[in-house]
Design a protein around this ligand. Sequence first.
Ligand code: BMA
Length: 373
Amino acid sequence: MKRYLIALAACVILISCNQKKEEMYQHMPIDKDATTETVKLYNRLLDLADKGIMVGHQDALAYGHSWYKEPGRSDVKDVAGDYPAVIGWELGHIEIGAEFNLDSIYFSDMKQYIKDTYKRGGITTASWHGDNIVTGNTAWDCAQDSVVRTILPNGSNHEKYLTWLDRVGDFFLDLKDEEGKLIPVVFRMYHEHTGAWFWWGSEQCTPEEYQQLWIMTVNHLRNEKNVHNLLYAYSPSETKDEIEFLERYPGDEYVDIVGYDCYATGSDSVAVANYKTAMNRNLEIITAYAQKSGKLPVVGETGMEAIPYPTYFTEAVYPIISQYKIGWVLFWRNAWETNMPNHFYVPFEGHSSTPDFKEFIAKPDILMNADIK
Ligand code: BMA
């Protein structure tokens, strides 16, 4: 009886805390038990979208073009004088218990970078190119069309996959600030799924299987692992219309942020024109949907590899994104690997697009870390 009363009291306290949170904050994330910091982040992100568009860069603090692990350094900061407002990280290989991710960043370092970012008032987002559990190869091993099915409940890999999700959850639960409070993070999982280059892609599973994978993941992290410091971001590769955008959408109750990934392919004005068209169309899709559903729209990933077009930022990116109210635009990584000298998406010191990037950053509605503190 006593135990029953204690449990009942705990439930009453929890419900009244959640009610208070709902009264205090205009927007609630999908996780009704989200930590106060997560609820605050969600509201802050939606408010910041009124102020401007945040600049994001993948792996910004861990390495850059031809350097690796230099404390305090970032290619964006080298050329523009400040850290990006949003920093993206990649969790690939956390699921197999590796010490470092698939781009050679130690998870212990990544945790510290996330803490540093939070202390500076910056935003953290994470992607996850998890391995193919059937073959043990990378996320890009998409020769089969049954991997997702084996992961879903009753599938042959279901139990094993839950241990992978547990490792992902443990990573998020280990992100604590100086007061020991959990740091909120945007988790952009199973991305670019309207393409067919990952095991969770459009030719690798049915829309229903994809939705079940997403829902199972949210439920496991949130309800079984008690991870309550996440906002969930849905980010297909570019789509042609809202129908395609929503074909695999798991539902408003499983998504906080809607985005898309879109790259400029090629190097000339035709590439730029095509990119602008695709960006416009996809910004239209996500902002219209975000408005209807009360979600935050973002550009999950973008860029023009090696930035061969010297006015890419002011000509192809800014005039398009500035027409929309979105949270951020995240440029992909500047590889440190010597065998990938052209794999970079923001300029580094000395690169010909530096003046253009600086001009882009200087626009009043383009936000860097110092602008969002
Ligand atoms: C891809 C490339 C790869 C990298 C992967 C995960 O787009 O940048 O080199 O391993 O993302 O970060």
